[in-house]
Write a protein that binds this ligand. Sequence first.
Ligand SMILES: Cc1cc2nc3c(=O)[nH]c(=O)nc-3n(C[C@H](O)[C@H](O)[C@H](O)COP(=O)(O)O)c2cc1C
Length: 141
Amino acid sequence: MALYRLIYVSQAVSGIGYLDLIDIMQKSEKNNMPVGITGMLSFGDSMFLQVLEGSRRTVCQTYNRILGDKRHVNPELIEFTEIDHREFGLWSMKAVQIDNHPEIRNTLLKYSYSTTFSPYSMTGNQCLSFLHEIMGIYQNK
Ligand SMILES: Cc1cc2nc3c(=O)[nH]c(=O)nc-3n(C[C@H](O)[C@H](O)[C@H](O)COP(=O)(O)O)c2cc1C
């Protein structure tokens, strides 16, 4: 069956913090695992950047459910594409916080115009490379 990858960005509503991120990650792990969705959710500077991988149907169903969540607004689809293989297959949904750790901010600067997390202005390739590198950092932690 064809595999798809979806990347989107959205803005967290005010008051969203680390505990919400944990709640989202726990729900995501519970829901994503049985339907074969893998991916990563990054959160920082009041922005979410998420990548979802799986079958076209399950990626679309999951994305549609996420769009209805009141914890974020202004979602923008960055990429929806057929892929040969998964990049984030180890994680049913890994949530990572884009904090002020120098390694994270340096990676951000590598793929965007400043060290502020502003994925609305990043290309699909930049987002993917950024998430990929962040995954490497967290795998070694
Ligand atoms: C930024 C963001 C990302 C989310 N990602 C996922 C996800 O990957 N999978 C998922 O099932 N729910 C995700 N959610 C939560 C869903 O919007 C929804 O609350 C949840 O799926 C409901 O699960 P339940 O019906 O088991 O309570 C996300 C929410 C937000 C705000």
